[in-house]
Design a binder for this molecule. Structure first.
Ligand code: SF4
Ligand code: MG
Length: 279
């Protein structure tokens, strides 16, 4: 279990800040914010023991709307910041969050290596298959035939990035999907992800009602994954390779040991190098 200090007396409201979100009315991210605070309340982790790190984009504003320690970072770099934080402060519950453009394009390399490294933290991606903040360009998860962006009037013509497959192949220890239209389910997935040791990845389908209004129809296609979780990576891979993107639930639970190097040993090693090279 990730570093969660039990304390029974918190409600979701205790994790919300007084900053009013500036998201468009109807944006799915409101609901994800609510799910994150509900998950925190379920785990009863004191707000001062949580750090929420984000990159850049509409959904990356989320740390400002919570009452936990937050870091609104650099585009695509939420994961390396969160990794460094967790390694130096293992007692904290560390969550990284952001969108599909931030996490899978500029942050794509960090995503793969965070899965591989398996540091004990949780990554929540609010996926709306578009760059919303910069007014509706195709993102890595956009379908090839989406023609509404001025930059890709004939569609992207390229296969979308498949984050859950990449996460599994790269070594993520927990993989789940949820839908912002079902905030209780999302809260449950987030809480389970935080409880599970190692790198946990939760994709939350979160409609951009402004640039992808057709995503309001996602609700009709959402279904519970046939079997809630498997610990068999080969079976999870078969399922994810044929997945249409609308199965929600825990799709993989691994048992890899989290990576938690000793900072003391590393600092001593750097000091030795400094002496050797007289830096
Ligand atoms: Fe949400 Fe899209 Fe508006 Fe951004 S542009 S706040 S993702 S609805
Ligand atoms: Mg997006």
């Amino acid at each position: 279990m990730e570093a969660v200090s039990a304390c029974p007396s918190f409600s979701a409201r205790d994790y919300k800040s007084d900053v009013k979100p500036v998201w468009c009315p109807g944006c799915g991210d409101y609901s994800v914010l609510s799910s994150i605070t509900k998950a925190m309340a379920e785990l009863s982790v004191p707000p001062e023991n949580v750090a929420l790190v984000s990159g850049i984009g509409c959904s990356s504003r989320i740390p400002a709307y919570t009452n936990v320690f937050g870091f609104h970072g650099v585009h695509g770099r939420a994961l390396p910041i969160a990794t460094g934080l967790k390694i130096s402060r293992p007692e904290l519950t560390v969550i990284a969050s952001g969108g599909d453009g931030d996490g899978f394009s500029i942050g794509g390399n960090h995503f793969m290596h965070a899965c591989r490294r398996n540091v004990d933290m949780t990554y929540i991606v609010m996926d709306n298959e578009v760059y919303g903040m910069t007014k509706g360009q195709a993102s890595p998860t956009t379908a090839p035939d989406w023609e509404k962006s001025k930059l890709t009037p004939e569609g992207t013509g390229i296969n979308p990035f498949r984050p859950l497959v990449i996460a599994l192949a790269s070594g993520a220890n927990f993989i789940a999907r949820s839908f912002s239209g079902d905030p209780n389910h999302s809260a449950r997935m987030i809480a389970e992800a935080i409880r599970h040791p190692g790198f946990s990845f939760v994709q939350i389908l979160s409609p951009c009602v402004t640039f992808r209004p057709e995503q309001r129809d996602w609700k009709a296609g959402i279904r519970q994954a046939p079997v809630d979780a498997t610990t068999d990576a080969a079976r999870a891979a078969r399922r994810l390779m044929t997945d249409d993107g609308f199965n929600i639930g825990v799709l993989f639970r691994g048992d890899r040991k989290p990576f938690q190097p000793s900072m003391k040993a590393r600092v001593e090693s750097v000091r030795d190098l400094e002496k050797e090279f007289r830096i």
